[in-house]
Design a protein around this ligand. Structure first.
Ligand SMILES: *[C@@H]1O[C@H](CO)[C@@H](O)[C@H](O)[C@H]1NC(C)=O
Ligand SMILES: *[C@@H]1O[C@H](CO)[C@@H](O)[C@H](O)[C@H]1NC(C)=O
Ligand SMILES: *[C@@H]1O[C@H](CO)[C@@H](O)[C@H](O)[C@H]1NC(C)=O
Ligand SMILES: *[C@@H]1O[C@H](CO)[C@@H](O)[C@H](O)[C@H]1NC(C)=O
Ligand SMILES: *[C@@H]1O[C@H](CO)[C@@H](O)[C@H](O)[C@H]1NC(C)=O
Ligand SMILES: *[C@@H]1O[C@H](CO)[C@@H](O)[C@H](O)[C@H]1NC(C)=O
Length: 847
């Protein structure tokens, strides 16, 4: 009602105006005049519609030069006055505004800005942008500023603005479809050019965004429609060109679907028809990144596939006569829907009561589709610092895409503030909603001023992971100084009872076998803090009898830090001696000071071994008691200082020999005594008068057969008593002192040492090369390669072919014309062909 009133009011206004300005030819009441500005390169057509049944004409010019006709074609740039012989010409006439977009040479780029012609506001307007070039080329029409949605040809757009796209083919224009503004179609590439048409109904303001047109890459299809599927759920429909008429004979049309990661797309053919074919068969070809699949139209189409793909619809070489007789053609109406495969997960991390714990979450790869949010803000990585409570959200984040790291600081400023008892390093328990795979826990251990950090195994000893004694525990611990200088990888077991490090230390735990770290409830380390130590590193070790343990300089296989010192304090049971062999020694060229390797016994402080980088040294030594093994680095100029040592405590061989000799001695003595006793008895029998008292033997100890035990005086000098207790140094220490001169026992018990020259061989510690590439990669590419458009029928019916070929171009043209008759303007009410005709003239030269 309101609209009607407005219309009436507007009409009244016009009448009033024309009452003043109208030409005298017509009465004030039955004419309508307006002035148009025609832009250069633009043609304005004003045509009377048949449907109106009106006799109204349009007159161009003024006064005597004025000519009146049912139509007007205004091609001359400039102002022109137009008069209609009726009062409501907008009900009788339609307006076409045609603009040519020409590409003469590469690169060619046009910005198409739709502009309305104000005086024609009341009329149904159709804007045509004709895309043409002097050579065959592909026009790329970029709609990315607004996007388009395809609609059925019979539908109209809710905002009244209907776009249609036309491709120029050899014999006719092909309707690529009707579209509404806003949607997922970001662009269309048209082979050989064509046109873009925008229809706006009368009395509606033109509201259209700019469109970019440029010379695109050559394509192999009639046209390519680029579609970017949105995130989340989506569903949209598409129609084959010229729908509901047949898609052109033997032609190809392509849609590119860009599927966001973490989404899967499903293609559904809602409705299709197939023509009679002479050769090949219609089909849909799907090209995924590394796979091509071809389906018949009757097949089930891809469902729930991940990854972007191109869908090409291919027609056969149609049997036009039979297809026409049976009213068949290739048509396709299909739907592409996509759903998100992942979902958003929320997690509240509350560290408000934590003073030393922080949580860090990062994406592993750059190509991950995972979206992280911290307190509703999108972020690349998340840090929740101590004392803070945050809401985290994860979208499409598979476990394996995330890295979860926890940092915990333990320490003290002054020694008196330090924890009085060793602190266990426990993997903190985390909110269940955090990623399950905790990748690393860093304990940042802050020593008091000038102080040291002391590390122990929580139970038992520690072992350093070195070649020949690799750690295979469920958790890997790496220990480093806080400046990043590595010390080594450690695990429970082994001979290290304590590690002392000067300054701050970071202990980092990461899963060893593929066990998740957060499921580790075991505690492996404990830590305490101490006052300053004399060396950079001190290792307290308790080597085990007959077990060979490997020790290496801190940071192995890298070199020690310049000027740093390390000391191993080895406590060995008194009955054992230690075989120490330097299995690998890498010496630098020093610019300041020298490197040193020293071995010193603990008890006597006797230096047993000393070596510098500029001197050689024995590769194997035997140490009779607990000892220090000290190393210190210089400031290397070239190469680095690293040492690997094997230590094996064992019972001294010499001791064994002594025991054997002693046993043999005792046996011999026993025999001698027995012999003496026998002699005495014989003699006694001979001298029957002799007294039965003890016999004194001044040369040795003897006893009467009737007496048991040994006289007390024997204790001090009888070797037999070595069995009970051996004072190591007293018994065989003197023998070891000139070890190097002894051949028999000085030889290494293990393999002979090969002096280590040249650079340290780091090979054994390198990770094995990861397997690159998939096996059978080549074979895989073969799978799914399908050549569908060469049907076996081709060989089966060769007779039909020459006949068709001989008929030549005339026959083909005839067929095409028939096809045009049959398939064009099948759209019905849409009447889409009629308003498009002006451009086909513009495109004429290329037909
Ligand atoms: C203008 O378009 C409307 C529909 O959008 C139609 O009903 C009307 O008949 C058209 N006017 C003319 C003169 O064709
Ligand atoms: C956690 O500690 C490690 C080792 O000290 C350090 O490299 C890293 O920057 C710390 N991360 C955060 C988020 O503080
Ligand atoms: C891992 O260690 C256990 C005992 O600590 C041992 O039995 C096993 O053989 C080791 N496995 C490997 C692969 O070294
Ligand atoms: C240890 O860390 C604390 C805190 O970061 C720092 O103040 C101190 O200087 C560090 N000590 C050393 C020896 O680097
Ligand atoms: C070896 O290191 C220990 C422990 O730090 C130290 O007491 C000893 O004096 C050092 N010995 C030599 C010869 O440097
Ligand atoms: C309108 O008139 C022009 C000029 O005669 C003609 O070329 C064009 O095809 C006509 N358009 C329609 C839709 O009839």
């Amino acid at each position: 009602m309101k609209k009607e009133l407005t219309r009436l009011f507007k009409a009244a206004c016009f009448l009033l105006l024309f009452g003043v300005f109208a030409s005298p030819v017509w009465s004030v009441t039955d004419s309508h005049k307006l002035t148009l500005a025609v832009h250069p390169g633009t043609v304005v057509n004003i045509n009377r519609t048949e449907a109106s049944g009106s006799k109204c004409t349009v007159c161009v010019g003024e006064g005597s030069k004025m000519s009146c006709q049912p139509w007007a074609a205004l091609a001359e740039a400039g102002k022109v006055s137009v008069t209609f012989t009726c009062t409501n010409p907008w009900d009788v006439f339609i307006v076409e505004i045609i603009k040519k977009i020409e590409c003469k040479a590469k690169p060619c780029k046009h910005l198409v800005m739709p502009t309305d012609s104000q005086p024609l506001f009341e009329f149904n307007r159709t804007f045509h942008w004709c895309l043409r070039a002097p050579v065959r080329m592909t026009f790329h029409v970029d709609f990315s500023k607004m996007g388009l949605t395809q609609i059925a040809p019979s539908e109209t757009c809710p905002d009244g603005h209907t776009y249609s796209l036309v491709a120029l083919e050899t014999t006719k224009n092909v309707q690529l479809g009707s579209f509404c503004a806003s949607g997922t179609i970001s662009g269309i590439q048209i082979l050989n050019g064509g046109k873009v048409v925008l229809m706006v109904p009368g009395r509606q303001k033109l509201e259209a965004k700019d469109v970019n047109v440029f010379w695109g890459e050559d394509i192999k299809s009639l046209a390519i429609v680029n579609v970017g599927l949105p995130s989340d759920q989506s569903s949209q429909e598409f129609f084959s060109p010229d729908y509901p008429s047949s898609f052109p004979d033997d032609d190809l049309m392509t849609w590119n679907f860009n599927v966001p990661s973490g989404h899967e797309a499903t293609v559904q053919f809602l409705d299709y028809s197939e023509p009679r074919c002479l050769k090949k068969e219609p089909g849909a070809e799907y090209k995924y990144e590394d796979l091509t699949v071809v389906r018949k139209l009757s097949d089930k189409q891809p469902t729930g596939e991940e990854g972007s793909f191109a869908l090409s619809l291919r027609n056969c070489e149609m049997d036009v006569v039979r297809s026409r007789a049976e009213a068949l053609g290739l048509t396709l109406h299909f739907r592409v829907s996509s759903i998100r495969t992942g979902s958003e997960e929320m997690c509240i991390v509350d560290l408000s009561k934590e003073s030393s714990l922080s949580v860090y979450i990062a994406k592993k790869g750059t190509d991950s589709s995972c979206k992280l949010k911290l307190d509703s803000i999108s972020v690349e990585s998340i840090i929740v610092p101590p004392g803070k409570k945050s809401i985290l959200s994860f979208r499409d984040c598979p476990e394996e895409d995330l890295l979860l790291t926890i940092n915990k600081t333990i320490g003290c400023q002054q020694l008196r503030d330090c924890p009085s008892r060793p602190v266990p390093l426990i993997v903190p328990s985390l909110e269940r909603c955090l990623p399950q795979s905790l990748n690393t826990v860093h304990w940042n251990l802050q020593a008091p001023e000038h102080g040291a950090v002391e590390l122990w195994a929580y139970v038992g000893n520690l072992q350093q992971s070195l070649p020949g004694q690799e750690c295979n525990s469920s958790v890997q611990f790496s220990v480093a100084k806080s400046d990043g200088t590595a010390i080594g990888q450690f695990c429970p077991g082994g001979i290290i009872s304590e590690v002392q490090v000067h300054g701050n230390v970071t202990v980092s735990a990461s899963p060893g076998n593929d066990l998740f770290l957060r499921r580790t409830f075991q505690t492996f380390f404990k830590v305490s803090f101490a006052k300053e130590i004399t060396e950079t590193y001190i290792f307290h070790i308790a080597p085990m009898k007959d077990v060979t343990s490997v020790l290496a300089s801190p940071g192995w296989p890298g070199g020690m830090k310049p000027y740093s010192t390390a000391s191993w304090i080895a406590t060995v049971p008194a009955t054992l001696e230690v075989h120490l062999s330097f299995t690998k020694v890498s010496q630098p060229k020093c610019s300041v000071r020298h490197t040193s390797i020293q071995v010193q016994t603990l008890g006597s402080r006797e230096e047993m071994y000393s070596r510098r980088e500029d001197e050689g040294g024995d590769s194997e030594i035997v140490i009779p008691e607990s000892f220090y093994l000290n190393m210190s680095n210089c400031l290397p100029e070239k190469n680095s200082f690293s040492v690997m040592v094997e230590i094996t405590p064992m019972k001294p061989r010499r001791l064994l020999l002594i025991i054997i000799v002693a046993v043999v001695g005792v046996l011999l003595m026993g025999m001698i005594i027995a012999l003496v006793a026998v002699c005495v008895v014989i003699r006694k029998k001979k001298k029957q008068l002799a007294q039965q008292v003890s016999i004194y033997n001044p040369n040795g100890h003897s006893f009467l057969p009737g007496l048991h035990g040994l006289p007390k005086t024997m204790d001090n000098d009888d070797d037999v008593h070595i069995y009970d207790y051996i004072e190591d140094t007293l018994v065989y220490g003197h023998l070891l002192r000139d070890e190097s001169k002894m051949d028999e026992y000085g030889k290494p018990a293990v393999d002979t040492y090969q002096p280590f020259n040249g650079p340290t061989d780091t090979m054994p510690l390198k990770d094995p090369e990861p397997l690159s590439g998939e096996p059978n990669g080549d074979a895989d590419t073969e799978v799914g390669v399908y050549r569908p458009f060469v049907p076996p029928a081709e060989t089966a019916a060769p007779a039909s072919r020459p006949a068709a070929a001989q008929e030549g171009t005339d026959s083909q043209l005839g067929e095409r014309l028939m096809e045009k008759e049959l398939y064009s303007s099948g759209g019905g009410e849409g009447g889409s062909d009629a308003p498009l005709s002006p451009c086909s003239e513009v495109l004429g030269p290329w037909i």
